[in-house]
Design a protein around this ligand. Structure first.
Ligand SMILES: [Mg+2]
Length: 264
């Protein structure tokens, strides 16, 4: 009798324990946010990416036939430049991801960025400094959306430039481009890469999303793309460009968000 009651109590407490554990897991921040925010592994990977890029830099500057844009021509006559994404490539927004109330909106992100001091992705400020000291122009291309006024200015650009400077990456207006800043500059970055490639030999690309390197990889196509990305065609495009990864193209890890989350 006593043994039966004891076993019953044990069973109830085990059940309560299991419920509490499940509840805590459901309430806990997403593991991917914690990984970016807390893990030494994240710091090690971004440091590794920027170190590898630093080591590759002299050879890519010296080779006047080299471009990180597969179809770029006339490279010999153009000065070298690097194109870098901003969020989760240079500036770490994990604190926003950990703290904001879903759903995500651009307004919440802008407000948060305007009121918090930006922190860098580890290794990024040192790399940008090295690239500039080596005579390379550095451009920052973000898909933060510019809600432009009649004169073309926007508050979002002021915030983006400020965030880079706060993160220890000196930047001016001319270095930064936002989606929507010009009529044909949408969230597909190809047009902005091509615009820079008219005047510069683009020797390196940096990003945390496949779209920072390859066009038309989002689930929902945006102009000028007519077809969207799928898991299968993104794999195929990634393999097709295998020679660029780690040799001109540098991907930073972002398990928190990105175009990968919506493709099927
Ligand atoms: Mg990004």
């Amino acid at each position: 009798m006593i043994l039966t009651r004891l076993l019953l109590y044990l069973g109830i407490f085990t059940l309560i324990g299991a419920c509490a554990t499940q509840h805590e897991i459901d309430d806990a921040p997403d593991q991917s946010n914690l990984w970016v925010g807390d893990s030494a592994e994240y710091r090690a990977i971004s440091t590794q990416v920027y170190r590898a890029a630093s080591m590759a830099l002299p050879a890519l500057i010296a080779d006047e036939t080299w471009s990180a844009i597969p179809y770029q021509t006339n490279t010999e006559i153009l000065p070298p430049a690097i194109i870098m994404d901003i969020d989760q490539t240079l500036v770490n927004g994990v604190d926003f991801q950990l703290g904001h109330e879903p759903p995500f909106t651009a307004q919440k992100f802008d407000d948060w960025n305007a009121s918090h001091v930006a922190t860098p992705v580890p290794g990024a400020p040192e790399f940008v400094k090295l690239a500039r000291a080596s005579g390379v122009r550095v451009f920052f291309l973000t898909n933060r959306y510019c809600d432009a006024t009649a004169d073309g200015s926007c508050a979002q650009k002021v915030i983006a430039v400020q965030d880079l400077n706060e993160a220890g990456i000196p930047a001016e207006d001319a270095d930064v481009s936002l989606a929507g800043e010009r009529p044909n500059w949408g969230s597909e970055k190809k047009m902005r890469r091509d615009y820079i490639a008219e005047d510069f030999r683009v020797i390196m690309l940096f990003g945390d999303d496949l779209g920072d390197f390859i066009p038309c990889v989002r689930h929902r196509p945006v102009a000028p793309c007519t077809t969207g990305g799928t898991i299968a065609n993104r794999y195929a495009l990634t393999d097709e460009h295998a020679a660029y990864w780690g040799a001109g193209w540098y991907m930073l890890p972002n398990p928190m968000y990105g175009s990968w989350t919506s493709v099927r």
